[in-house]
Design a binder for this molecule. Structure first.
Ligand SMILES: C[S@@+](CC[C@H](N)C(=O)[O-])C[C@H]1O[C@@H](n2cnc3c(N)ncnc32)[C@H](O)[C@@H]1O
Length: 292
């Protein structure tokens, strides 16, 4: 099926409103490979018809189908390695010390804010278990969210194909934290109970969430335009305490959002501590328009 660029403008706008993913006509091939099947299934003749059908108030299911088709859920265990090493060797030891001075010294809250099919939050849970010997005596919770229902369903099921556990997961950790059941590897309850999975759109207000000591918001901001990235980042700051740690993807540089987002380095890892008072800009003007 071929589509003229002019026809797709309405659909591109709708996709951005639904999930923030910012496309342009140069990504026509992406729309074609991912959405043409929806057109056929619903008997629609053009992207314009699809955009109009999906914009109607009752079309929740169709809108979710578009989101499922358009989101890129590429992920793997311990993606990029360095952030998880920083978590283990720098952030958690530092956080455990900091927590001593708070009213809840044994409570840790972490948010994996675009968790895809779960490899990221399970990697975080493994790091917690490998780093804190008596972790079961701690009040630890990892909230793992994603806009894709298919991703959340797979993540909370916790079953992975052999090719998935071969990507990034060392053999020692595979045998310690997963159980082979037939052809699949199932995550053990010791990890599963640490994580709460929920479908959530980063464009929606973060009402009722937080505070989170650590936020992983990795490899999702790249799909959004600059105002959307900025809005999400500012709202993330508001659900993190002063000492909070923020991890983004290795290609997601936050320096363009002001001195508040000064990178912190540990070995090859980069993370941010955007709420530290010493790093607050004199006159930020960043807060305008962003709602938590
Ligand atoms: C490339 S994956 C990254 C997964 C993981 N964080 C990692 O780094 O491996 C991007 C994820 O962002 C999710 N996503 C895209 N737009 C979103 C939105 N508006 N709200 C929440 N999640 C979103 C997609 O469904 C996808 O699972």
């Amino acid at each position: 099926m071929t589509h003229r660029a002019a026809e797709v403008a309405e659909l591109i706008e709708l996709i951005q409103k639904l999930c923030g993913v910012c496309l342009n006509e140069s990504k026509l091939y992406l729309l074609e490979t991912r959405l043409d099947e929806i057109l056929v299934r619903h008997g629609l003749a053009s992207y314009q018809e699809l955009a109009r059908a999906a914009a109607s108030p009752g079309a929740l299911k169709l809108r979710q189908e578009i989101i499922e088709a358009i989101t890129t859920r590429e992920t793997l265990f311990f993606r990029d390695e360095a952030p998880f090493q920083a978590l283990q060797h720098k952030v958690l030891p530092e956080l455990i010390d900091l927590k001593e001075k708070t009213p809840f010294p044994r409570r840790i809250r972490i948010w994996s804010a675009a968790c895809s099919t779960g490899q990221e939050p399970y990697s975080i849970a493994i790091v917690l278990r490998e780093t804190i010997p008596n972790v079961d005596a701690w009040d630890v919770q990892i909230l793992a969210t994603d806009i894709s229902q298919e991703a959340i369903d797979k993540a909370s099921c916790g079953e992975y194909e052999p090719f998935e556990v071969q990507r990034g997961l060392p053999q020692r950790l595979l045998h310690k934290y997963f159980q082979q059941q037939g052809k699949v590897w199932r995550v053990r309850d010791s990890l599963r109970w640490m994580i709460k999975f929920e479908r959530r759109n980063l464009l929606d207000p973060f009402t009722g969430l937080g505070p989170f000591d650590i936020v992983f918001c990795r490899n999702v901001l790249i799909y959004f335009d600059k105002p959307t990235r900025r809005d999400i980042l500012l709202r993330l700051c508001r659900v993190m305490p002063e000492y909070g740690y923020l991890f983004v993807g290795s290609s997601e540089y936050l320096g363009e959002f002001g001195p508040q987002f000064r990178p912190q380095h540990h070995c090859r890892a980069v993370y941010y501590r955007p709420n530290l008072p010493a790093q607050q800009p004199q006159q930020s003007g960043l807060g305008s328009g962003a709602s938590v």
